[in-house]
Design a protein around this ligand. Structure first.
Ligand SMILES: [Zn+2]
Length: 80
């Protein structure tokens, strides 16, 4: 399995997990005018978040970030 395939499988698992757990979806971080309180609080508590790079090659780099403890998921595009 290539690195990219492994990465995509991990992302799929994470998405499936997020759907099952009904996580709070914060959308795209790039469109936030300010960081949501839940994310600030999470950083303050120094939680272990999962950050998976799922970027399809032809549309920039997409990352999915989740925190199991807070129960949120958001994406960001680091191509800009
Ligand atoms: Zn958290």
């Amino acid at each position: 399995m290539t690195y990219r395939e492994r990465r995509l499988r991990k992302a799929e698992r994470l998405r499936g997990w997020a759907d099952k757990r009904d996580l709070k979806n914060l959308g795209w971080a790039n469109s936030w005018r300010e960081t949501p309180a839940i994310v600030d609080e999470c950083k303050r508590k120094d939680h272990k978040t999962q950050n998976v790079d799922v970027g399809p090659p032809n549309r920039g780099i997409e990352n999915v970030v989740t925190c199991e403890e807070c129960g949120y998921v958001y994406r960001y595009d680091c191509s800009d």
